[in-house]
Unconditional design. Structure first.
Length: 134
């Protein structure tokens, strides 16, 4: 198997379908940015993160994305790019602005006020982008 081939065609296919539904063009963007340096990174991320984790079932996509937002918010400001992607994905599967803000606010207890403020600022940027697109 080459580095460009998926590790598991079933999980890659599930991951590709889900990633395109919640974050269209993500694999292509990752490939253009990173695959020359780390061959296969884009496919691995789609296969593992989306195909083996996000597409597992058990909990719905919205719940899984809200949990991801919570974790990224608690980790702090260094996660802003990933936080914005996951906030946009959560919005794509039906999470409201209020639900996202409440999840971020709850993380004050675990990541502190600076982490919560940074995460809310990332959310506001996503919400402002939504408004500009309409």
């Amino acid at each position: 198997m080459s580095l460009d081939e998926p590790h598991n065609s079933d999980s890659y296919a599930r991951g590709k379908t889900l990633s395109e539904a919640v974050n269209p063009g993500m694999e292509d963007a990752l490939k253009a940015r990173y695959d020359a340096l780390v061959p296969g990174l884009s496919r691995t991320l789609v296969d593992v993160a989306y195909g083996q984790f996000y597409a597992r079932g058990v909990v719905d996509e919205k719940t899984r994305l809200l949990a991801t937002i919570a974790a990224l918010a608690a980790l702090g400001g260094q996660t802003k790019p990933q936080l914005k992607v996951n906030i946009a994905s959560a919005r794509a599967v039906g999470a409201s602005r209020e639900e996202i803000a409440e999840i971020i606010f709850q993380m004050t207890l675990y990541g502190g006020f600076p982490a919560m403020i940074n995460a809310l600022n990332a959310a506001l940027e996503v919400f402002e982008s939504e408004e500009e697109a309409t």
